[in-house]
Design a binder for this molecule. Structure first.
Ligand code: IMP
Ligand code: MG
Length: 184
């Protein structure tokens, strides 16, 4: 399945090569910043699973991985801001250097909720690494220690990102057009 064969998939926004290069850079930055420490990567399921898998292998430090699943009430392409924990972490965050790994920051509401929730668990430090940030949509500063790409505010799929659970396996990120016509 490629963007050429599926009319609901639009132009590529971030290519496979760009993803590979940027993930390596983020891994190098985290390796330098956390030297001498063993960070705990907290992946936000399901969207961050592909990014986290690549990012973890780009970090040359002892590290641990845990996952959390959240769901936001609302339609499939809009966040309501009301977030519910579907799967909580297995590990205790007390005195840990936590790096939250997110797929995309859209309104920033999911992240605001997560940050507050995780900060209350007593980590030694808490930073956020987001692969994508949609431009101009956050009402509060998402305060990202690491960010991959700033992208226009179109809905995108691929590299972990879905629409109704599909397209997570695309190796690149492209726009999604539900009606199969070019975005206006
Ligand atoms: P926020 O709370 O509005 O920042 O939305 C964050 C969550 O909504 C992300 O973790 C994604 O799961 C989902 N999301 C936001 N924008 C997109 C998109 O363009 N494609 C796929 N999922 C998205
Ligand atoms: Mg999602």
């Amino acid at each position: 399945m490629t963007a050429l064969q599926d009319p609901t998939l639009g132009p590529i926004v971030v290519s496979e090569a760009e993803l590979r290069r940027r993930v390596a850079e983020l891994g190098d930055a985290i390796t330098a910043d956390y030297a001498g420490r063993a960070p705990l990567l907290v992946g936000v399921l399901k969207g961050a699973c592909v990014f986290l898998s690549d990012l973890a292998r780009a970090i040359a430090l002892p590290l641990e991985i845990d996952f959390m699943a959240v769901a936001s009430y609302g339609s499939s392409t809009r966040t309501s801001g009301v977030v519910r924990i579907v799967k909580d972490l297995d590990l205790d965050l007390t005195d840990r250097h936590v790096i939250v790994v997110e797929d995309i920051v859209d309104s920033g509401l999911t992240l605001t909720y997560l940050r507050r929730n995780l900060a209350a668990r007593g980590p030694a430090s808490l930073a956020v690494c987001a692969l994508l940030v949609k431009e101009g949509l956050q009402t509060v500063d998402p305060d990202l220690a690491y960010e991959g790409f700033r992208i226009p505010a179109d809905f995108v799929v691929g590299y972990g990102l879905d629409v109704a659970e599909r397209y997570r396996n695309l190796p690149y990120i492209c726009t999604y057009r539900p009606d199969g016509r070019p975005a206006q």
